[in-house]
Design a binder for this molecule. Structure first.
Ligand SMILES: Cc1ncc(COP(=O)(O)O)c(C=O)c1O
Length: 380
């Protein structure tokens, strides 16, 4: 199957009982056994559920992986991956990760003996320098949230192989439409399915995709033991959203390119970060390893915080909201919203300035999106 066909069909068969083209929503906690020791492949929904299994197979197929494991949020998917490690192990992590990721690393997992070093993974040399004898995992987000730094997957795979590290990639921003990290040698891909994969702001969810049987077995064990599983209804809603992923991403990225070019040419804008712009520091890498640049843009206004606030309060079509990756265009202030819990000094060190504005470009008419930003910019 070609990629677009996989998006619609991977892992999905008509329901054997009725022929229903979409899988039934198996809203059940448990399953009746035929006799002691004989079930029909399911015994308890925390362990597995037929609707969830269809979604897991579909997401694995889209990502080009053998195994998919779904979780109740992107964060619980990230957390599950870190459970491959033990106290004393060290992780090298991209320095511009989603604020929730560094929060769980530094404020929860560090309490259980894991240690973390944040490195600019867009510079492979800094990654090499951060590796210690006890390093066990390289955790990469590409493009990053919110500065959209792009990391070269080939270099990361080479470093991980050389040092015997797990290579985990949070590919939420890129989506499998534009980047499939397993093809570059990653061991684990994570998605917040809350975002582009479900695509309609309808659920909170996460997924881990891998080709490694040992990682799959451990992830299934964590999923069953911890129980951070999505409901069958949420799985079904995610599956429905995922079927149009390729079409939505095509539109989001085409529109984001136009919005980024509009912002870059605007006299009130200080700088724009979008991997599809030649001015992006890793534009060449993005162009080489991604088949599109996705729908996320960050920009800073010349007037700093008050100017950014005026734009975010002045938009009418764009929604001032915390999330990303949906059909609606959303605008966010990372310093007070998504990354509010990153200590201010760490934010400054990363270049995550207080005036930074992030846009998730949706699938509305791009002329309307640009007109809305234009009128909001007039108020600055
Ligand atoms: C890159 C990235 N990874 C993970 C997450 C966490 O996902 P969730 O909100 O589904 O827990 C987010 C949320 O914004 C994100 O942007």
């Amino acid at each position: 199957m070609k990629f677009d066909t996989k998006v619609v069909h991977a892992g999905i068969e008509p329901d054997p009982t009725t022929g229903a083209i979409l899988p039934p929503i198996y809203e059940t906690a448990t399953y009746v056994l035929d006799e002691v020791g004989t079930d029909k492949g399911f015994d308890y929904t925390r362990s597995s559920n037929p609707t969830r299994q269809v979604l897991e197979n579909n997401l694995a197929g889209i990502e080009g992986g053998q195994f998919g494991i779904c979780f109740s949020s992107g964060m619980s998917a990230v957390d599950a991956c870190l459970k491959l490690l033990s106290a004393g192990d060290h992780v090298v992590c991209s320095d511009d990760v989603y604020g929730g990721t560094s929060r769980i690393f530094d404020r929860i997992l560090a309490r259980y003996g894991l240690t973390f070093t944040y490195a600019d993974t867009s510079q492979p040399e800094t990654v090499r320098q951060a590796i210690r004898p006890e390093t066990k995992m390289l955790w990469v987000e590409t493009p990053t949230n919110p500065l959209l730094k792009v990391t070269d997957m080939e270099s990361m795979a080479a470093i991980a192989k050389e040092h015997g590290l797990y290579l985990g990639v949070d590919s939420t921003f890129a989506t499998p439409v534009f980047l499939r990290p397993l093809e570059f040698g990653a061991d684990i891909v994570v998605h917040s399915t809350t975002k582009y994969l479900s695509g309609h702001n309808q659920i909170i969810g996460g997924a881990v995709i891998t080709n490694r049987q040992d990682i799959f077995d451990e992830m299934k064990f964590v999923q069953k033991s911890v129980g951070a599983v999505p409901s069958p209804f949420d799985c079904w809603l995610t599956l429905l959203g995922a079927k149009t992923l390729h079409l939505r991403m095509e539109r989001c990225s085409a529109s984001a390119q136009q919005v980024a070019e509009f912002l870059e040419g605007h006299p009130k804008v200080a700088f724009v970060r979008y991997p599809g712009l030649p001015s992006h520091p890793q534009h060449a890498i993005a162009k080489a390893q991604m088949s599109g640049f996705s729908g996320m843009i960050s920009f800073e206004l010349k007037g700093g915080i008050p100017a950014g606030r005026a734009v975010m309060n002045g938009v009418k079509l764009c929604s001032l909201a915390e999330s990303l990756g949906a059909v609606e265009t959303m605008i966010t202030h990372p310093a007070t919203m998504t990354h509010a819990e990153v200590p201010p000094e760490d934010r400054q060190a990363r270049g995550l300035t207080d005036g930074l504005v992030r846009i998730s470009v949706g699938i509305e008419d791009v002329d309307d999106i640009i007109a809305d930003l234009e009128q909001a910019l007039e108020g600055v």
